[in-house]
Design a protein around this ligand. Structure first.
Ligand code: PLP
Length: 395
């Protein structure tokens, strides 16, 4: 008999699985090229060549006992130093290996961070729409996710509402920048206002409120808008990073957490997070991938490929009459559903072999998300279908 905690998860995941299975069935029936599947955030750009070269070189030339063995639960010292140096070069920070914990992707970075800080009953805030796993991750530690309603004007976080929802039980606020599912970037003004609001609340409540910055899309930026490095604006920042999207390595499960010296009781937090990594059962991040990252820390994503895909979809869909948010980063396009019921709109789009995710799956009803980490042809060839779909709604 499965646990009470798992029951709603099983229920929910069967809905998502049904969507994927239907997509696979449609591709078998109509042919891969005739189904426009924008449902999954699985990068279709191959990992940079440096990654392949590093894997081969490590396997052929390094000591296999070291390559495949256990190490400190926080990760190889050399990898953590390489990551710290990389961040310092880019952001003018002063991290050293001790501030970095290698983990099993951003999902694990978030879980390890939450396990380290959340007591049962603690609240963790985030801004709708949001990556839906946040709710599951917080419940893993018997915390409660509190959702700040969406700001439909520009989908920037509503900092005033956040302040109203912060209580003495608030342990953390999670932000995601660049953003899944809306594709927006929170600029310096937003980060500064979140930081100021949290400082005020910490002072007023005499508590520690962490700002967890989930940034697996950090490098995927298409506009001239810097993505602020949040540790420079707020001391109690914890950064959750992953190479899943930037280096197209989602199946390899590799990422890191940054715990700055300035954060509350940072040495204790680092020690606890290292243990949280171990007792979560991950033990340590994959050893081969850590060694790959040590060599490929400056490798770059093919940002131009995604930018062009986003541009094709944005111009095609707006021309067809749909209302879209102009993509700034990540690889998602956020489109207003022409009818209030986004699930019904997604079902109608399926009749045109277009697969999208309803915004209500991200607590953003009335919208849909298109993941454009797909082939150029899928983007280009979908436009005619979207134009036909638009006619259903007299757009
Ligand atoms: N956070 C956000 C906003 C995401 O979109 C994703 C994956 O899509 C993750 C975290 C999880 O990333 P990872 O595969 O590195 O665990």
């Amino acid at each position: 008999m499965i646990s009470k905690k798992m029951e709603p998860l099983v229920q929910n995941s069967s809905v998502i699985r049904a969507m994927f299975e239907e997509g696979a069935k449609m591709k078998a029936k109509y042919g891969e090229d005739n189904v426009f599947d924008f449902s999954l955030g699985n990068p279709n750009v191959p990992a940079p060549i440096e990654v392949k070269e590093a894997i081969i070189d490590i396997i052929e030339n390094e000591d296999p006992v070291r390559v495949h063995g256990y190490m400190n639960n926080a990760g190889f010292e050399g990898t953590r130093s390489a990551v710290a140096d990389h961040l310092n070069r880019l952001h003018g920070t002063k991290f050293s290996a001790k501030n970095i914990i290698m983990v099993v992707g951003a999902g694990s970075a978030l879980n390890v961070s939450l396990k380290t800080m959340v007591n049962p009953g603690d609240e963790v805030l985030t801004f709708a729409p949001y990556f839906v796993e946040y709710g599951n991750y917080v419940v893993n530690y018997d915390g409660k996710l509190v959702v700040v309603p969406p700001n439909e004007e520009d989908f920037m976080p509503d900092v005033e509402k956040m302040k109203e929802l912060i209580t003495s039980k608030t342990k953390a606020v999670i932000i995601n920048n660049p953003h899944n599912p809306t594709g927006v970037i929170y600029g310096e003004d937003i980060i500064k206002s979140i930081a100021t609001a949290l400082e005020e609340k910490q002072h007023e409540l005499k508590s520690v409120i962490y700002l967890i910055v989930d940034e697996p899309y950090r490098e995927l930026v298409y506009v001239d808008k810097p993505v602020p490095y949040v540790t420079k604006y707020y001391d109690n920042t914890i950064v959750a990073y992953s190479y899943s999207k930037s280096l197209s390595l989602p199946g390899e499960r590799i990422g890191y957490i940054v715990i700055p010296d300035e954060s509350d009781e940072s040495d204790e937090f680092i020690a606890a997070a290292t243990i949280a990594n171990r007792v979560s059962g991950c033990v340590n991040a994959p050893s081969l991938m850590q060694l790959v990252i040590e060599r490929c820390v400056d490798a770059e994503a093919d940002v131009e490929f995604y930018r062009k895909n986003g541009e094709i979809l944005y111009s095609g869909l707006t021309e067809a009459g749909f209302e879209c948010l102009k993509p700034e980063g990540a690889f998602y396009l956020w489109m207003k559903s022409p009818i209030a019921d986004d699930k019904e709109f997604v079902a109608k789009a399926k009749e045109y072999n277009i697969l999208m995710v309803p915004g209500s799956s991200f607590a953003g009803p009335g919208y849909v998300r298109l993941a454009y980490c797909v082939s150029r042809e899928t983007c280009q060839n979908s436009i005619e279908k979207f134009k036909e779909l638009a006619k259903e709604y007299d757009l």
